[in-house]
Design a protein around this ligand. Structure first.
Ligand code: IMP
Ligand code: MG
Length: 178
């Protein structure tokens, strides 16, 4: 473990086991269908790439990029599309793949944006969820792990663009961001 990490929350092996289960669940729910998995950049990129390799039905992938936290650890509540999806999702089964749900504001925004395109279904898949941090009522269909109100990094999640490459998920030491 690197020195900036206070404690490890999920090891590489635990993440691997969880993704396998999640993949099986999604495979069973989408038998005979071809969902479009839309990865929210940048945090979701490692999660998506491991997850799709554990799904046995056909899937398509696409990417969307939104304005993020900047280098702070608090949600600005302001969401702006920096890169839109390329695929036409009307009449499609959509699975949004997100790294972490904190206030839920980002997902709420994406969800209402996608609804306008009239997909046949939308489900949300999040690697991590902070249930105690939700500011709005949001239903997450597939969750990897629940975490407390701590700032976590690794496995795609960053602080100021760092730590995405850690193969595990850990809590960042407070002195790094305060
Ligand atoms: P929300 O709109 O408050 O739900 O924020 C969601 C986004 O904030 C996520 O997609 C992450 O990019 C970022 N975020 C929230 N909590 C954390 C964290 O603990 N570590 C890293 N990024 C986080
Ligand atoms: Mg981020």
């Amino acid at each position: 473990m690197i020195k900036d990490i206070e404690k490890m929350l999920m090891s590489e092996q635990e993440i691997k086991n969880m993704i396998k289960k999640l993949g099986e669940q999604i495979s069973n729910d989408y038998i005979g269908r071809t969902p479009v998995m839309i990865c929210i950049l940048k945090g979701g990129f490692i999660f998506l790439s491991d997850l799709v390799r554990n799904i046995s039905t056909n899937v398509e992938v696409d990417f969307m990029s939104l304005s993020s936290y900047g280098d702070s650890t608090k949600s600005s509540g302001v969401v702006k599309i920096k890169k839109d999806i390329d695929v036409d999702i009307s009449g499609r089964d959509v699975i949004i793949v997100e790294d972490i749900v904190d206030s839920g504001l980002t997902l709420d925004y994406i969800n209402s944006y996608f609804v306008k395109h009239k997909p046949s279904s939308i489900k949300i898949c999040a690697l991590l969820d902070k249930p105690n941090a939700h500011k709005i009522n949001i239903k997450i269909d597939y969750v990897g792990f629940e975490v407390g109100n701590e700032f976590v990094v690794g496995y795609g999640l960053d602080f100021a663009q760092k730590y995405r490459n850690l193969p595990y998920i850990g809590v960042l030491k407070k002195e790094i961001y305060s």
